[in-house]
Design a protein around this ligand. Structure first.
Ligand SMILES: C[S@@+](CC[C@H](N)C(=O)[O-])C[C@H]1O[C@@H](n2cnc3c(N)ncnc32)[C@H](O)[C@@H]1O
Length: 166
């Protein structure tokens, strides 16, 4: 619902953020937070993130990409719908500046393992940790995540950087 984006952008007024979401209530809530907190460093595009990246984002233009809790698509027959797969990551890496980062977080262990595999096998990326990363301080705990942690569920963060020299 945009809470993390609003919190991160408010804490880093020197950075410009582009938020991509198709879910109208999520976009509406983020607009509400932007207004209430007078945030002026977020732009929102309500459209498929895959198409926005492909058609609107120049190569080597992003300092970082946050993919927090992408839909896990629990059922095996739906796994092909998962966002984080090699063909998408290969295109996403090209949009990062050298040294730019991809930060993914998920509460679904088996998807965390897939993300680790996919990002580790991208030649242009290097892991900032041995495998999973500690939660970077800029990523706030959402209410959803706090509830999960109380129930004993795990959350996995992965932070990879585009190599400076390809
Ligand atoms: C599980 S929710 C997580 C929401 C939020 N990132 C969070 O941490 O609370 C996944 C979100 O991704 C959005 N989404 C999924 N595929 C998308 C795509 N291709 N482009 C834009 N948004 C997408 C869905 O609409 C949904 O709101």
């Amino acid at each position: 619902m945009g809470d993390s984006t609003a919190t991160i952008a408010a804490a880093h007024p020197e950075i410009d953020y582009l938020a991509l979401e198709v879910h109208t209530p999520g976009v509406g809530n983020l607009l509400k937070l932007i207004d209430a907190q007078a945030i002026n460093n977020i732009r929102i595009i309500q459209h498929d993130a895959v198409e926005v990246l492909r058609d609107m984002i120049p190569d080597a233009s992003l300092d970082g990409v946050h993919i927090f809790f992408p839909d896990p698509w629990h059922k095996a027959r739906h796994h092909k719908r998962r966002l984080i797969q090699s063909p998408f990551i290969e295109k996403l890496v090209l949009k990062l500046k050298p040294g730019g980062y991809i930060h993914a977080a998920t509460d679904w262990q088996e998807y965390a393992e897939q993300i680790l595999d996919v990002l580790s096998s991208a030649q242009q990326l290097e892991n900032t940790a041995a495998d999973y990363a500690p939660r970077p301080e800029y990523r706030p705990l959402t209410k959803f995540e706090q509830r999960g942690i109380r129930l004993g569920h795990g959350v996995w963060d992965l932070v990879f950087r585009r190599k400076e020299n390809l």
